[in-house]
Design a protein around this ligand. Structure first.
Ligand code: ADP
Length: 489
């Protein structure tokens, strides 16, 4: 099948969150399954710089009359033949350094409606033959940035265009791409699209709603989140539409790219480790002492090291980590945090680190290498999210034997099994899970982590379960291929 993946980010070229990891790994997994997959990306500086051998393919005109170019090249990912990648040449729209969505003062760019409509538009042009050498049978759009692709395809089909399947995946329903109604006229969609049964959302234009309403098939990144977004609590105002479309909505759990995230081969680690039974885990102890030294923490092998690698936003439940920090430290633990985001959270964590530098290390910023080192060194990965579509850091925690401590929500509920006595006995326990979004519940889970840590053989057993948990892309790719087939039936 010829499949076009459309996303605003792609690891290793450009990443602000989990979307990039998936956008980089899924095409490779599809290619490995024998599919003919390509990607379409906006020409952000990091993307133009990272795609090899870019050559012109075609020129096309945006709905608002401006002309742009499309080029084709390859994204190389270690040891693979690479992913064929179309890049939209639009320096006036994309040629801005830094975050792809916001300016330096963290404000969304005023022309984001054009910047991302163009992404969906180019996908629809490719589906209608813009590249005479290659025409997708299925367009798979990711998140609101690409969400107009299914809408354009729907209306192109109505106007007699080719029957190309569309699949829309929600990585996070909270980010919807909402714009003022007067921008609708620039999008090149018929007036009929701007109504409740379409892109209109409380008088505004919602890109996300366009994807959810017009795509042939919908997916999201975990089975539990697929159910949660159909409820008023987690539906972000779109639960009604999602319930209406529940027959075509499914949850496919993200996987982990073994080439990037594997403690046995990870070049960011001072020493690799594997075989969770404990025989070859010396590397993890070494990673821990090196990181403790590097971060200025007390070099205590016995102190459970709790880690956080996260965007610092309300979604991630980090006020629970702040609220439970004294108790964590009183029990002899250490905290290492890597993240950036909301100023008040950055400041609160910075203050805690300044007060107790031997026990709390806070690194504000984005650092891929340090992230790997934190999973390599950590004993417990904290992910106490308010909501979590899938979550990747708990999966990295599992793989690296940094046992996840998570709230039972979304993909966290689907990937971590609490260390209850019965799940310890059955060999299924892989971490620590709590229910209510409250400091008291979180603290109980932290106490459970300390209690298990004191029982070294049990800790090793749980760590072994965690490290062995399958999270391969082949399984996820097979599920996506099923969905693609359904989209063209
Ligand atoms: P989200 O997409 O909501 O941010 P996920 O858990 O799905 O959350 O994915 C987050 C991804 O971003 C993971 O790959 C994580 O390692 C990475 N990440 C988050 N913050 C940082 C940071 N400050 N430095 C390096 N990597 C980070």
């Amino acid at each position: 099948m010829r499949i076009l993946q459309v996303s605003a980010e792609l690891f290793p070229l450009l990443k602000t969150g989990g979307l990039a990891d998936i956008a980089g790994a899924l095409p490779l997994a599809l290619i490995a399954e024998g599919q003919d997959a390509r990607v379409l990306l906006p020409g952000f500086p990091a993307i133009v710089a990272g795609v090899r051998d870019l050559a012109p393919v075609a020129a096309f005109t945006a709905p608002w009359g401006e002309g742009f170019g499309l080029r084709l090249g390859h994204v190389d990912i270690d040891g693979t033949p690479g992913i064929p990648a179309y890049v939209i040449d639009a320096p006036a729209l994309y040629g801005r350094p830094g975050n792809p969505y916001e300016d330096a003062s963290r404000q969304p760019y005023g022309d984001n409606h054009r910047r991302f409509a163009l992404l969906g538009w180019a996908a629809a042009q490719l589906a209608q033959g813009l590249d005479p050498q290659w025409q997708p049978e299925v367009v798979h759009a990711h998140d609101w940035h690409a969400a107009l692709a299914p809408a354009y395809l729907h209306f192109a089909r109505q106007a007699g265009g080719p029957r190309v399947g569309s699949v829309f995946t929600v990585h996070n329903l909270a980010y919807q791409g909402i714009f003022a109604p007067w921008h609708f006229a620039e999008l090149g969609l018929p007036g009929a699209a701007f109504q409740m049964n379409g892109l209109e959302y409380h008088g505004q234009v919602s890109f996300m709603k366009g994807g959810l309403y017009f795509a042939d098939r919908l997916t999201t990144v975990s089975p539990t989140y697929a159910l949660e977004i159909q409820t008023p609590e987690q539906g972000c105002g779109l639960d009604g539409l999602l319930r209406q479309r529940s027959a075509v909505l499914s949850g496919i759990l993200n996987a982990v790219d073994d080439k990037v995230w594997n403690p046995a081969t990870d070049t960011a680690l001072i020493q690799g480790y594997h075989t969770p039974e404990g025989r070859h885990m010396a590397g993890k102890a070494r990673c821990k002492s090196v990181l403790q030294h590097q971060l200025g923490l007390a070099e205590r092998p016995d102190a459970p090291l709790f880690i956080v690698v996260s965007r610092l936003t309300e979604q991630k439940g980090l006020h629970l980590v702040l609220g439970g920090l004294d108790a964590l430290l009183a029990q002899g633990g250490q905290l290492a945090l890597l993240g950036s985001g909301e100023a008040w959270l950055e400041e609160a964590f910075r203050q805690r680190a300044a007060a107790l530098p031997q026990s709390v290390a806070v690194t504000i910023g984005y650092n891929e290498t340090l992230a790997h080192q934190m999973f390599g060194a950590g004993d417990v990965t904290l992910v106490p999210s308010l909501f979590e579509p899938c979550g990747l850091t708990q999966m990295y925690g599992l793989k690296y034997g940094a046992l996840p401590l998570v709230r039972r929500v979304g993909g966290l509920a689907d990937t971590v099994v609490d260390s209850s006595l019965e799940d310890l006995a059955s060999g299924e326990a892989t971490g620590f899970v709590f229910d209510r979004f409250e400091v008291a519940d979180y603290e109980r889970a932290v106490r459970r982590a300390f209690a298990l840590h004191e029982r070294a053989p049990d800790w090793r057993r749980v760590r072994g379960n965690a490290m062995r948990r399958p999270a391969d892309w082949a399984t996820a790719a097979a599920q996506y291929i099923d969905v693609y087939r359904q989209s063209i039936q």
